[in-house]
Design a binder for this molecule. Structure first.
Ligand code: PEP
Length: 251
């Protein structure tokens, strides 16, 4: 059996300031985690460099929440993957449901961003997830298949730089979490998609994080599921005690 890395990511979204980041990081620097766990926090891009100066880099890695598909140029308000890399940051989140729905990012753009980020040496947390109406009309697998299908143009080798985050949109920021069985069944489907459409080795070794209202109270039951290889956490990642509990839930 392949042992997969258990990733715990904190997506701060558009929250925080220098004082709150300093307080949070000073607590997270003290967390003792298991050896198979990687901790990644994603503050707003304007604070990446500042946060980098505070973290214990042996314990905590940083991620951008987004980056653009082009190297440089007339793209006001965007940051390039190269700029993320220039700060010695190795991760970027791509395809978060808020980028897809609020900012209208298409599957085609997300595939371009992902490919470019990996080409210049970043690792990507690629988010997928269905809306409530999709789940209620049994379209979850079709939606996830289409979102994953956007990555079909990647080379097999590029999958070494991808972690999937399955985040049902109805669970993000709502306080409603997928049950452990729902998460397991969906992660199993994602893994079978990888096996059928990419390759068996990629399917076995790609970590699949769950995201959507993960907190201190529900992380342990979710983490026990065999295909849940970590969490992408929004709200609870801003609270040091809760995020620490989630980090320690790794199975
Ligand atoms: C997220 O933003 O990726 C997320 C899962 O948010 P929350 O944990 O607040 O539901």
């Amino acid at each position: 059996m392949t042992t997969r890395t258990f990733f715990v990511g904190g997506n701060h979204k558009c929250n925080g300031n220098k004082a709150s980041i300093k307080a949070l990081v000073s607590e997270l620097n003290k967390v003792e985690s298991k050896s198979n766990v990687e901790i990644i926090i994603a503050p707003p891009s304007i604070y990446l460099d500042y946060t980098q100066s505070l973290v214990d880099s042996g314990k905590i890695q940083l991620s951008a929440q987004n980056c653009y598909s082009e190297t440089k140029g007339a793209f006001t308000g965007e940051i390039a993957a190269e700029m993320v890399k220039d700060l010695n940051i190795n991760w970027v989140i791509i395809g978060h449901s808020e980028r897809r729905s609020i900012f209208g990012e298409s599957g085609e753009l997300l595939a371009k961003k992902t490919k470019h980020a990996i080409d210049i040496g970043l690792k990507v947390i690629f988010c997928i997830g269905e809306q409530l109406a999709d789940r209620q009309s049994s379209k979850t697998e079709a939606v996830l298949s289409a979102q994953l299908g956007d990555l079909k143009s990647l080379d097999k080798k590029q999958w070494d730089s991808i972690v999937i985050a399955y985040e049902p949109v109805w669970a993000i920021g709502t306080g409603v979490t997928a049950t452990p069985d729902q998460a397991q069944d969906t992660h199993k489907y994602v893994r079978s998609w990888l096996k059928d459409n990419i390759d068996e080795t990629v399917a076995a070794k790609t970590s699949i994080m769950y995201g959507g209202s993960v907190g201190a109270a529900n992380c342990n039951a979710l983490a026990e599921k065999p295909d849940v290889d970590g969490f992408l956490v929004g709200g609870a990642s801003l609270i040091a005690t809760d995020f620490s509990t989630i980090i320690k839930s790794a199975s």
